[in-house]
Design a binder for this molecule. Structure first.
Ligand SMILES: Nc1nc2c(c(=O)[nH]1)N[C@H]1C(S)=C(S)[C@@H](COP(=O)(O)O)O[C@H]1N2
Ligand SMILES: [Mo]
Length: 334
């Protein structure tokens, strides 16, 4: 795998916001972005002429699961999942995203408007009693949705907070009926290089894949997300269905899931196959274990720029630490 550039472009040396600029300059998208600014200054992008038909971030594009599930929001708020810090405003969260299918920089929200989420069949297969392919809107309607406030810690040393709506992953496992031979849950994102310009970058191992153990998947914190900020997921957050594993580095929280498989073998994830010494299977947040190229001791809060100490398991140790008893020989923290 010829890594043309450092994966997940780290903040150079420190946790300053250097990635805002450095990454943009370092990627082929730099050319694209400056062309776009030029077009914008000429007034050519206003009608979505170049970049699709919806201009507002978070607006549902044509062919959107959001239209079919809007009636499910706002969902019941579950106050067992509260925060020790403010929520990141939607305008900020919605314009700073990692979603390599639409570009390897943070400003992918316009490009992500090309994501068509209706129809969106999801396959649930592998070692299950009741395999099925179900349309996303039907699945969302079959699960009772709830809202939870979660922290999110990216491996790049920035963090945010977000009100997700969704349902526990465990409920999907119960629906499918996990067979005894299954040891892992494997997740796969859609594959459509016509729709997703990033997937034309052939040096990446598309489609994006992630995985967790069955025990992790059954932990109450493991959450399948259908919405954010009290409405269906905006495309850039990984519509129509993504994962949230708040005690792990953000790359584990796979977006725009098309397939969920119960498997016997440990899945090899997208980032792991690019650099397994930097991005492992477990990827539990731990301030004491540095990434090979930078410290994980602190993090920069996205909306305030403030630096905070990173917490073990991103502050969720009470709920998840017991999952790792007896696994000390594994690389649990990268
Ligand atoms: N399919 C897919 N899922 C993905 C990614 C991606 O590039 N593609 N990026 C990951 C990373 S590194 C992070 S930090 C989070 C970002 O989620 P957010 O944009 O909603 O903050 O999504 C994760 N899930
Ligand atoms: Mo990330």
């Amino acid at each position: 795998m010829p890594a043309a550039r450092p994966p997940l472009a780290a903040p150079a040396g420190s946790i300053r916001s250097s990635w805002f600029l450095a990454e943009r300059e370092a990627t082929p998208e730099a050319a694209f972005l400056s062309r776009r600014s030029l077009l914008r200054s000429l007034g050519l992008t206003g009608g979505g002429l170049i970049l699709g038909n919806a201009v507002m971030p978070g607006r549902a594009a044509a062919g959107s699961a959001a239209d079919k599930t809007a009636g499910l929001y706002p969902a019941r708020h579950n106050d067992a999942f509260e925060l020790d810090r403010d929520l990141t405003p939607e305008e900020i969260n919605g314009k700073f995203n990692n979603f390599y299918e639409f570009g390897s920089h943070k400003q992918i929200y316009r490009e992500a408007e090309r994501l068509v989420t209706d129809p969106w069949p999801i396959s649930i297969d592998g070692l299950v009693d009741r395999p099925e392919t179900i349309e996303f809107a039907e699945l969302a309607k079959a699960m009772s949705l709830e809202e939870r406030l979660y922290r999110h810690r990216c491996v790049e040393a920035w963090s945010m907070t977000i009100p997700w709506t969704g349902f526990p992953l465990a409920r999907l496992l119960d629906r499918a009926g996990v067979q005894p031979g299954a040891r892992y849950v494997r997740f796969e994102t859609f594959l459509d290089p016509v729709m997703a310009s990033g997937q034309r970058q052939v040096w990446y191992p598309w489609p994006y894949v992630e995985g967790v153990t069955i025990a992790e998947a059954r932990n109450d914190l493991a959450f399948l997300v259908t919405g954010a900020y009290g409405k269906p997921l905006a495309n850039q957050f990984g519509a129509p269905l993504r994962l949230a594993l708040p005690w792990k580095y953000g790359f584990k929280s796979i977006k725009s899931i098309a397939r969920i498989s119960l498997v016997a073998e440990r899945p090899v994830s997208f980032w792991e196959s690019i650099s397994k010494t930097e991005y492992g299977f477990w990827a539990n947040v731990n301030p004491a274990v540095p990434h090979p190229r930078w410290s994980q001791a602190r993090e920069q809060v996205l909306h305030t720029g403030e630096e905070r100490d990173t917490l073990p398991f991103n502050g969720y140790g009470q709920q998840v630490a017991a999952l790792y008893g007896g696994l000390e020989s594994e690389a649990l923290y990268r």
